[in-house]
Design a binder for this molecule. Structure first.
Ligand code: HEM
Length: 502
């Protein structure tokens, strides 16, 4: 694909190329009871099938008006096995070695869970039921083998979410005296408002600010951008499309035709312990909780980046001002203090956004070439009610972040970021902090983590001094995870026919 060739918007699922910004979402997981019925269900969901609901592709919305709903689909490896059978799965696996094996192993595979901290309370044996939302009579099996299709329904209000959910259920074919696919789990996501702004998440931060800027998409074309009314210039480097929508012609991996224009994703259900987080940020009596929280994230609560405004929130920032920044060499339109933040004096190396996307910081282990390979698209949103400081500690109020972390190559993208940058020490060389910047403080150490460095949060206060705050705990617990394939529309058609392309 050359630089000017546009992505195949008709074939790529919509949520891969854009965040829809719908406020009421339902994340649904189905179990396949009858393979042919499941294929028929997938066929009915194809765009153009004329059925009541269909999967949303990436084509621009007519007149720029959002539809009433959007719907996207992914399947687990055991779901794919049911649809096309072992020999065809083996063919796809054989032709797609770099992309397929981690998907085939799945989120519960011990090596995958251990590397990203899905152990202890976050281990698969505790998943799904812990968060509520489990619908099947029997308990979930620890390897998640009964979880096959994951659908995400995006709507404008709770009433239409309910109505479209029931429409979706009504489309399920009957089989053997029951349903061909059975709802196994669902979780709703409603917005958390701070004033008029609906983009907040449970620890109190504004979210949805930074995403990779994907090449070859319509919205990257200058003429289209000028029409969208954004008042600042986008400095973000373009990440090639094949890192998010699979191309059989991609230079860095091999892919079977079934995968074309599809992608992979980690579906994550992440409980957030807001009480413990709030206690930690208030634990150092000489530092304000807002400052500690900003240093942990790399952004002030309102989203102002620390590298742009280290002294506090900056209400004059707009549009791309929130994402036009680097850590070492200023981007053309970067605001704020001149010079590199090489020692993390503005944004600590440990901070979540620096770890999850180190941008141009080539001192970071594995960030080569910077800004390109280890990138992830986030399509996640909050679930559960907002935290109240006087709420009882037991029973635990179920709340957190749920959704998809998307990338064509789960090993190099989601799994790499989680295992190497978020959950692991040795993030950057050189690093003068007393605990080598430990691990990502928004996540915190697992109970019993033997490494003392991971139980502190340290940040550079300038002048070569470091503030060390002890007592870092685990604030995020994994309550469910699936590794998914999100097919292109042609791929979904093949799956619904029980075949793979020649
Ligand atoms: C409950 C769990 C999580 C919380 C509370 C959380 C919180 C945040 C916040 C507040 C931001 C700043 C908003 C923005 O830049 O758009 C952010 C950004 C980000 N997060 Fe997370 N996050 C969580 C899980 C994850 C996971 C599992 C990953 C995946 C690997 C991840 C990757 C990222 C990335 C890539 C960015 C953007 C960084 C940038 O481009 O500067 N996050 N997160």
């Amino acid at each position: 694909m050359n630089a000017d060739q546009l992505a195949d918007m008709e074939d790529i699922q919509g949520l891969i190329l854009r965040g829809y910004n719908f406020r009421y979402i339902r994340y649904i997981i189905f179990s396949i009871a009858d393979a042919q019925g499941a294929r028929d269900f997938c066929a009915d969901l194809l765009p153009g099938s004329g059925k009541p609901m269909c999967i949303t592709n990436a084509e621009p919305w007519p007149g720029g008006v959002k539809p009433d709903y959007c719907l996207n689909i992914g399947l687990t490896y055991s779901g794919m096995l049911q649809l096309i059978g072992q020999p065809d799965c083996d063919t796809v696996a054989g032709d797609s070695p770099e992309l397929f094996s981690i998907f085939q192993q799945g989120a519960t595979y011990p090596n995958n869970t251990a590397a990203i901290g899905d152990t202890g309370a976050s281990a698969p044996k505790n998943w799904w039921k812990n968060s509520g939302g489990w619908l099947l009579k029997n308990d979930p099996t620890p390897n998640g083998s009964e979880l096959h299709l994951q659908l995400t329904l995006f709507t404008h209000n709770p009433e239409s979410r309910e109505a479209y959910y029931h429409t979706l259920l009504s489309m399920i074919p009957a089989a053997g005296g029951g349903q061909a696919v059975v709802p196994a789990f669902y979780m709703d996501s409603d917005p958390i408002a701070v004033g008029e702004d609906l983009d907040y998440i449970h620890f109190g931060y504004k979210d949805s600010l930074s995403q990779p800027r994907i090449g070859n998409t319509l919205w990257n074309k200058k003429e289209v951008r000028l029409l969208t009314g954004v008042s600042t210039v986008d400095d973000r480097p373009v990440v090639p499309l094949y890192h998010f929508a699979i191309a059989t012609s991609a230079p860095s991996y091999n892919a079977h035709k079934l995968l074309e224009n599809g992608t992979f994703a980690a579906f994550r259900l992440l409980y957030q312990d807001v009480g413990a987080f709030n206690s930690f940020i208030a634990s150092d009596k000489t530092t304000s909780p807002e400052l500690v929280a900003a240093k942990m994230c790399g952004r002030w609560f309102d989203g102002t980046p620390l590298v742009v405004s280290p002294g506090g929130e900056d209400k004059s920032l707009k549009d791309f001002d929130f994402t036009n920044f680097n850590y070492l060499t200023h981007t053309p339109n970067q605001l704020g203090p001149p010079g590199p933040d090489d020692l993390g004096a503005r944004c600590p190396y440990a901070a979540h956004i620096r770890r999850a996307n180190p941008r141009d910081d080539s001192g970071v282990t594995g960030n080569n070439p910077p800004n390109e390979v280890h990138r992830v698209l986030r399509r996640a949103s909050p679930y559960g009610p907002p935290y109240k400081s006087d709420e009882p500690k037991t029973p635990e109020v179920k709340r957190g972040l749920v959704g998809l972390f998307i990338g064509a190559n789960l090993t190099d993208q989601f799994q790499f970021i989680m295992s190497q940058w978020i959950s692991n020490g040795g993030f950057r060389y050189p690093d003068k902090s007393p605990n080598s910047s430990g691990i990502d403080p928004l996540f915190g150490p697992q109970a019993g983590d033997p490494d003392p460095d991971n139980h502190n949060f340290a940040y550079n206060t300038g002048n070569g001094k470091y503030k060390v705050i002890p007592g870092l705990e685990r604030f995020i617990r994994t309550d469910g995870s699936l590794y998914l394939f999100l097919p292109g529309i042609a791929g979904l058609k093949s799956l619904s026919e029980g075949t793979i392309p020649g």
